[in-house]
Design a protein around this ligand. Structure first.
Ligand SMILES: NC(=O)c1ccc[n+]([C@@H]2O[C@H](COP(=O)([O-])OP(=O)(O)OC[C@H]3O[C@@H](n4cnc5c(N)ncnc54)[C@H](OP(=O)(O)O)[C@@H]3O)[C@@H](O)[C@H]2O)c1
Length: 346
């Protein structure tokens, strides 16, 4: 029985590798043939976009920008980027001491424009009933809110069957309902101003779902759907909505991720450690805001291809993910065995 199962899994893997190999070879051949004809227009296009972005960057000067999750990672880098563009930045997150550290470090960064000192505002995205009053406080600081960056969030690692419902609720509260509550509180301010911009830092996992990320991927898919509805409703009233889908970024996200039982994952995943720098992602997000893009994917080649495979060849995507889930399970079971044999975790 086990031998048969192993044979089947080996066959599945070989099939997948064979299929992956032939797709890769075809892509390589195609890129060799079309490469020279595509590269020059692509460089030109990139150059024009970069030039237009530089031209429009002055539009950010003096704007009031509220960034959630500003105490670390992408939010911290974003706060610095907006500050250097001459924005009045409001730094929001739970840990006031970390926000204070970010504020001080931003103030020492080199700025070519006359700049406005950032302000700290502590808030907890999971405490939905307090968010409207936090927005009132934020509005009182500079009299308006031009850009809200919904960036604060938490990740998750675990299998659906092991995950306590409380963990699903917590992740959805922080990553989805918190953003919804904050957006709903800021919207009337923006509508009465006659302009505004809401930025949702989602994830590539708002477009595709991978094993062991159920509630995280669900929260980001929900954010994507909410944002698409919101954009359709408010764009005509001059409130822009930008959804950002980053791939892996080198931040503390995996360290702080919740496990199935609600404890802290506490591990810097290899993929996260090898991810893009938060500063690079922040620059792309600010560029997307300047260019008023509706959606932007900030990721390397592979995650972008995964989104295409999910859209064009769903069965292939499901097959690859099933194998990925099996590999992860095997790895976990292997670790468990080591634990019981040696008595200490490896
Ligand atoms: N890193 C990646 O690979 C990656 C990829 C795709 C998308 N993203 C998204 O990028 C966003 C930023 O994450 P990051 O990578 O920069 O991770 P990070 O360094 O762990 O930052 C997460 C931020 O969210 C804040 N936060 C967490 N829970 C909160 C709560 N209940 N209320 C208020 N703020 C809270 C944290 O601040 P406090 O702890 O001080 O509250 C922290 O500032 C997240 O939405 C994440 O899903 C990250």
């Amino acid at each position: 029985m086990w031998e048969k199962k192993e044979k089947l899994q080996a066959r599945d893997l070989a099939l997948c590798q064979g299929l992956g190999g032939s797709i890769w070879n075809s892509l390589k051949g195609l890129s060799r043939t079309l490469g020279p004809f595509l590269i020059i227009p692509m460089i030109l296009y990139r150059f024009i976009i970069a030039w237009r972005e530089r031209q429009n960057r002055h539009l950010l000067y003096g704007k009031v920008v509220m960034v959630t999750g500003a105490s670390s990672g992408i939010g911290e880098a974003l706060a610095g980027e907006f500050y250097r563009a001459g924005c009045k930045v409001i730094l929001a997150a739970r840990r006031e001491n970390e926000l204070e550290r970010v504020r001080k470090s931003i103030l020492t960064s080199h700025c070519t424009l006359p700049a406005f000192p950032p302000v700290v505002l502590s808030l907890d995205l999971s405490d939905l009933n307090t968010l409207a009053s936090k927005v009132d406080v934020a509005k009182c600081i500079h009299g308006r809110i031009d850009i809200l960056v919904n960036n604060g969030g938490t990740s998750f690692r675990g299998q659906v069957c092991d995950t306590e419902l409380d963990v699903d609720i917590k992740v959805l509260l922080v990553n989805y309902l918190g953003q919804v509550a904050l957006t709903k509180a800021v919207l009337p301010v923006m509508l009465s101003q006659g302009e505004g911009h809401i930025v949702m830092v989602s994830s590539i996992q708002g477009r595709i779902a991978i094993p062991q990320r159920s509630c995280y991927a669900a929260s980001k898919h929900a954010l994507q759907a909410f944002s698409d509805c919101l954009r359709a409703e408010v764009e005509e009233r001059n409130v822009k909505v930008t959804v950002v889908n980053p791939g892996y970024v080198h931040t503390n996200l995996s360290l702080n991720a919740l496990t199935a039982k609600g404890s802290c994952h506490g591990v810097m995943d290899e993929t996260t450690a090898e991810g893009m720098s938060p500063e690079e992602v922040a620059r792309e997000i600010v560029a997307a805001v300047v260019m008023r893009k509706r959606e932007v994917t900030v990721a390397t080649f592979l995650p972008k291809v995964a989104v295409w495979i999910r859209t064009l060849f769903p069965s292939l995507y499901f097959y690859i993910m099933r194998n990925r889930a099996a590999r992860l399970r095997e790895k976990e079971e292997g670790l468990e065995k080591t634990f019981t044999i040696n008595g200490i975790p490896s």
